[in-house]
Write a protein that binds this ligand. Sequence first.
Ligand code: ADE
Length: 240
Amino acid sequence: MRFDVLTLFPDMFRHVLGESITGRAQEKGLLVINPIDIRDFTSNKHRKVDDYPFGGGKGMVMTAQPIYDAYMSIVKELDYKPKLIYMSPQGRPLTQKLAIELKEEKHLILLCGHYEGIDERVIEEIVDMEVSIGDYVLTGGELPAMVLIDCISRLVPGVLPSEEAYSEESHFNGLLEYPQYTRPYEFNGKKVPDVLLSGHHANINKWRREQSLKRTLQKRPDLVEGNKELQEEIKKLKLY
Ligand code: ADE
């Protein structure tokens, strides 16, 4: 899968996503993460990318031209149109469901804003979707873009060792993940639950399912509230 990122800080992407799982996936050719410096597309000699807002007000606004030209430099090489996502606190909230949807795209372009925002006309011109990583405001779209890339990338076949690695985990099936244990058997007087040592897979799966339900009910009741099937299952198992 390919990600092009329009940003004023391309090195942030190389440093962070060049490490660990996303770094290895790039080496293997499973991911292409290509940060593009918007400043390289300025048409003024000072490489200025922002200006004062019309109508007054605080801060600076990113100008349309370098963003548009950076975008055009990507799409003019292609015979298809990749989705362009603008990272913005006004966007659709990032959830596991949205990540699963977006992993189907072979190519995404992400746009990272800075300062007080971006000239609305370039947003109207090139943006297909806005995505927010939460109801808080960050200094720029770079961290949100990295969160989005990380979240989608680990769903791309081959990036994680096996599909099981993510089909079991929190949020994949609308539940939080069950607790995990490894050696030693006893730590600070606490033992691993016996069922996990029983070798009885049906019982282990049943225990894990119950733990998932219990945890979700306890830590994130909002995830259960909107789901009739889960509520039924919880009632049947008397987990209330
Ligand atoms: N840019 C600034 N804050 C953001 C957020 N919460 N999500 C996405 N992009 C942002």
